[in-house]
Structure formats: C-alpha cells, structure tokens
Design a protein around this ligand. Structure first.
Ligand SMILES: Nc1ncnc2c1ncn2[C@@H]1O[C@H](COP(=O)(O)OP(=O)(O)OP(=O)(O)O)[C@@H](O)[C@H]1O
Length: 293
C-alpha cells in the first residue's frame, strides 16, 4: 500500500501542499481530483521523490519509501516523459532497460504494447509523428512497460477520446487486478466517477474529501425526486421541504427529515398517481462543487 502522510510543500510564501494524507490501496484505482493549482502535481512529484517535501513522508507497505521501490513504480509526469523527436521503440526499450529489463524483454514488451494499440507498424517512427491521442497512449505504455508495482499518473486520460479512455482503463485494470495501487489525477469528474474505486479531492493544497466514490456520492444532503401527474407547486408551501428544482409535475427536493418525506408522499398520493418518489444518486460533480465551494 502507498501512504502519503502529512506531506507539506511550500514555494516561498505559498503552501502548495498543506499537510496532505491519504492512501492508495492495493488493487484500487484512486482518482486525485482538484482544480488548477490545487497541488496534485506537486504531491505526485513528492511521491516519486522528484521534489523534497518540507514535512511529511511517503510510505510503501508501512515503511518509508526507498529509491529502489520508487524505481519499480510507473510514473507519467505532467510534462510527459518521452521525447517527441525520438523513435518510439528506442525510447520504450530504453525505459524498460532503465527499470531492469533485458533488452530483448523490453523489445518484446514494447512491441506487444504497440501491437495492442494498433501501432505495431509505427514503432520506428518519431513520437511526434503520431496523433496527440496516440502519443498519449505511448506515454502510458512507457509507464507500464516494466510491470510496475505502483502507478502514479498525472492526467493520463487528458486528450483521449472515449474509446481510447476505455482501452487505457482496460490496460490499467490488468494492474489493479494484480493488486497494484494506481493513483491518477484528473479534471474530468465524470470519468473519475466512472473509473475510480476511491477518490481524493484536493482544494488549495488540502484534502477536503477522501474515500470510496460510492460513499462520497452518498455524503452530504440527500436529494429526492418526485414525479406525479399534476403540478407540484404546492410543495413550495409544504413544511420541511426545500425545493431545488420544480418543473410542473416533476421536482427535486430536500426533506428536513423522514416525517416531512412521508407527509409529502401521503399528500402527493392523495392528489393523484405518484409515478416516482425516491432519493437520487447525485453526480460527483455536484458533490465536488458542494465540497470545494
Ligand atoms: N516550481 C514552482 N514554483 C513556484 N510555485 C509553484 C511551482 N510549482 C507549482 N507551484 C504552485 O503551486 C501550486 C500547486 O501547483 P500544482 O502544479 O501542484 O497544482 P495542480 O493541482 O497539479 O494544478 P493543475 O491541475 O493546474 O496542473 C500552484 O499555485 C502553482 O502555481
């Protein structure tokens, strides 16, 4: 397990990462979410040992992480690690060897990944000759080529089309199935919601929410949706009801308590058929806005 404990990093007067703690558990996809400048990249660089923290530590299996352990991680930096002007295969093989693979192992692994991406014919081409999406897929290949024990990926899905996202997710899932912890940052909340097991939300350098996606979605106030066959305007005057949205026979509300919920249900039924009545699962983007505002 990868643990981030009380990491703090200052740049002059700015505390970019402020006492940040969270874990990335084996076999879990953990999404690292936060607005621009929230401190995600700075945290990831500290995890990888590329930046020294002012305070705090990074643990691997309960012990301070070592250079040797870090060398077995796959990392995709924000600025991307591969050189645009160099041939793809040469770079992937070099990276594989850097991670301890033999040249033939690295060649085989690189070839297999490129074949898998449908880029088997392009291995001798310079990276920059590929489309941006394909370049991104090769950057992800570079992070996974040496069978990493942990993955730290800075915006890996940025710029990928939905099919490529699914393809990369399938590739990364092969690692989580083998109990590899995967941390990736993203601005795309819909994607994080769909792909992640756990999520860490960072705002202004601090963790503001952390946990399984499902439980975060249930956190905060519960919204109820009501659909009947007549106008629901009467809800506005009903005690214990906060109307969030009302459109004729359909409404989204928050009840003060169960008594208010049951009273509204009874009244709605008295007024006519009730077609839908129940709590709604809110999109993560809603929760995110609520937590970070
Ligand atoms: N080398 C640096 N010197 C000074 N300030 C920096 C440096 N690197 C980052 N910062 C500042 O630290 C804060 C956190 O930056 P960081 O890049 O970690 O955020 P982020 O969450 O990755 O943002 P984004 O999503 O925009 O990439 C920002 O205010 C940024 O301007």
């Amino acid at each position: 397990m990868l643990e981030i404990r009380n990491l703090t990093r200052r740049y002059g007067d700015l505390t970019a990462v402020d006492d940040v703690s969270f874990s990335v558990e084996p076999g879990r996809f953990t999404g690292f979410v936060g607005g621009n400048g929230a401190g995600k990249t700075t945290t990831m660089r500290m995890i990888m040992g590329l930046l020294q923290p002012n305070a705090g530590e990074v643990l691997w299996d309960g012990k301070p992480i070592t250079t040797r352990v870090r060398a077995q991680f796959g990392y995709m930096p924000e600025e991307r690690g591969l050189y645009p002007k160099q041939p793809i295969l040469t770079q992937l093989v070099y990276l594989g060897e850097l991670h301890g693979m033999s040249r033939s192992e690295a060649r085989e692994a690189a070839g297999a990944l490129m074949d898998r991406f449908g880029l088997g014919e392009r291995t001798k081409d310079k990276l920059e000759t590929l489309s941006l999406g394909n370049q991104q897929r090769v950057q992800i290949a570079a992070a996974v080529i040496a069978q990493p024990i942990g993955l730290v990926l800075d915006e890996p899905f940025n710029g990928l089309d939905p099919d490529a996202v699914d393809e990369m997710f399938a590739l990364l899932s092969e690692f989580t199935k083998r109990q590899v912890p995967v941390l990736f940052s993203s601005h795309q909340l819909d994607l994080v919601e769909r792909l992640c097991d756990d999520i860490v939300i960072l705002a202004k350098g601090k963790v503001v929410a952390d946990g399984p996606v499902d439980s975060l979605r249930r956190a905060g106030e519960t919204h109820h949706r009501i659909r009947t066959e007549s106008d629901l305007g009467w809800l506005r005057d009903h005690a214990g009801v906060q109307v969030l949205d009302l459109d004729g026979a359909e409404a989204s509300v928050v009840f003060a308590d169960v008594a208010a919920e049951q009273a509204v249900l009874a009244e709605a039924m008295q007024r006519g058929p009730v077609r839908a009545f129940g709590p709604t699962i809110r999109p993560l983007s809603d929760i995110y806005r609520e937590i970070t505002r």
